[in-house]
Design a binder for this molecule. Sequence first.
Ligand code: MSP
Length: 729
Amino acid sequence: MERSAPPMTNPDQSSARFYLTTPIYYVNARPHLGHAYSTIVCDAIARRKRALGIETWFLTGTDEHGQKIERSAALAGRTPEEFATAVSGEFRGLWDRLGLSYDDFIRTTEERHKQGVQHLFATLRDRGFIYKGSYTGQYCVSDEAYVDGPPGTPCPDCGRMTETVSEENYFFKLSAFERKLLEFYEANPGFMGPESTRREVISFVRGGLKDLSVSRTSFSWGIPVPGDEKHVIYVWLDALANYITALGYGSDDPAHQARFAKFWPADLHLIGKEISRFHCVYWPAFLMAAGIPVPRSVKANGWLLFDQGKMSKSRGNIVRAETVQEVLGADALRYFLLREIPFGQDGSFSFDALVQRYNGDLANGYGNLVSRVVSMVHKYFGGVLPEAGAETQAEAALRESAVRAIAAFGPAFDDLNFSESLKSLWLLVAETDGYLTANAPWKRPTDRPEAEHVALQARVLATAAEAIRIITALVYPILPESAAKVWRQLGQGEIADAAKKSFLTELGWGGLKAGTKLGEPAPLFPRAEKDAIDRMQNLEDENNRSAVEAASGQESAAKSAPEAPTSALGVSPVPAPPAPTVAPAPAAPSAVPPTLLAVDAPAAAAPATPAAQPAAPPQVPQHITIDDFAKVELRVAQILVAERVPKADKLLRLEVDLGYEKRQILAGIAQYYEPEKLIGRKIVIVANLAPRKMRGLESNGMLLAASLPDGAPVLAGFLEEVPLGARLK
Ligand code: MSP
């Protein structure tokens, strides 16, 4: 870990302490592997630091205020407090289930946080860095970020459409920190990483910093500005402050103040790459303005991808950590994430790759090595570790490799290069394996006298057991559960106790003593058979299915209403068409190009038609007159916002712009369209349908789409430019 001097440091700063943090997680989505990734990385770092005798404080928590959470709660029909408490509990529950060793879990709705944030705000204002002004511009609710550009500008980070905000706000004088920040980055090259993040942040600051609006008035779910309660503090100022409020900043309690003095500045904020601007620009500027030391480093992890895209709720491509834990164990997940993905880069997750790594490195590699050696000590020496005796060249070579592994592992790990550190350690696993095979203590050649053979068995097994001890000590922060089992099998007691006694500080060859009684061999990583992938897949499918059922349980109430939806979109209040009275008839009336209508292709007409082939002509129940058709007001609209409706896997909530007005429409297309990809798209809607409530939300209109034989909708659109609100007739 690079440690560069911050501009201001606490005088009582002791080097034997380490404070690290995860981002605090938004409570609009349930935890998935993407969230677990940063928390697992921090857990591994915290465990290693503690085992090195460094007093460590590991903080995680949840980010619970802001417009995004307020809206998600409303969609779920709950108060923001209830909603945040439920989801925050899921995060904390999962971290506990995964055995993550956080020291504190902060919720931004806690009183201690509120008090600290208000203290920070008041300090910034008292020091002259906050002033009142008014803001008119674009805001991305999903990222809770201000965006430069005219109305209609999509968010440059997430691609979603921004909303226009016009409010009286408090502003932070960010522009005053442009030069200071650049000087700081220059003087502290290790402050942020990886290099791509560093470059991006520097170029952002060089591009010029404008003052930042740090309060909002158009909603109330946040921490009030002290003395001006109609404003709530901007959620990023609120959220970033968690790193100091959790320690005790702004607290009246002397014990908390002492903790703040002891651990601040943070040694490491571990974050996702997309939130580096907030952590590397805004956060140090706020701190500098408040006269508080800035963190020593901010390091960004890349994204975990699944099915080619960033794993995220809105893409609907998440995998839950619980699934992997249930089938392969938490250590398998930790090992995969740290070994497979070079820290700082994006990495693909797949069940195949996970099982391959698990079987190759853990079941057949480390696990098999431990089980062979421990079993043989039991078989040949009654479970008591024999005296190794005099070293031959082979033992000397293995000892040297182990010493090299110790030397290589730490620097790579501490540089967050976990993948390299594990790779180098697994060379020792392979070498120990090769050493066993080459000396074959289980095989007695006929020409070798008994005593000589026993001496070889003793030498080889004691040496291999020592190599395993070194491997286990080093890998403990990454595989804590399994390392604990191996430690017991090696007769070393509880590894957590050894960690408390800083066992990594003096790790060296020769720790295992002859005469040690080994524990019973116990399976570590049972080989995953082919069905492991199916089991994980099934667990995810089951989870998705129950979510759909939960959603459709609620939807079915709506469906049983008299005007139940019948179109493929499944949500709009279309009266059920009368039963066909005529046999197959020509396509719909030609007044409108047929592609603009929601054309239902009956599945029975072409059950096996692939989606790309033209659908069979629809059955048209009866002719209508042009006057009938004129009653339907079809108009061009543009999608501004598209997001999934919690607990309703088929539904998307859309905000569309008709030029003359904006409105909300619910559409049952979530299984076919990724919300992000719809933003900005021009579509056709039935604009004069009576409004209808679904899941507590009002739907004002219906999208038009062709319905493929398999039920998949294809949205109607245009090749030419068309103005918003244009009528189709
Ligand atoms: N609440 C803010 C952070 C405030 S920190 C003061 C936030 N929350 S988040 O829930 O959207 O994201 C939290 C972290 O999870 C981010 O670091 C983000 O990068 C990470 N991840 C969410 N999905 C991820 C992947 N698919 N892959 C890797 N990390 C991902 O941003």
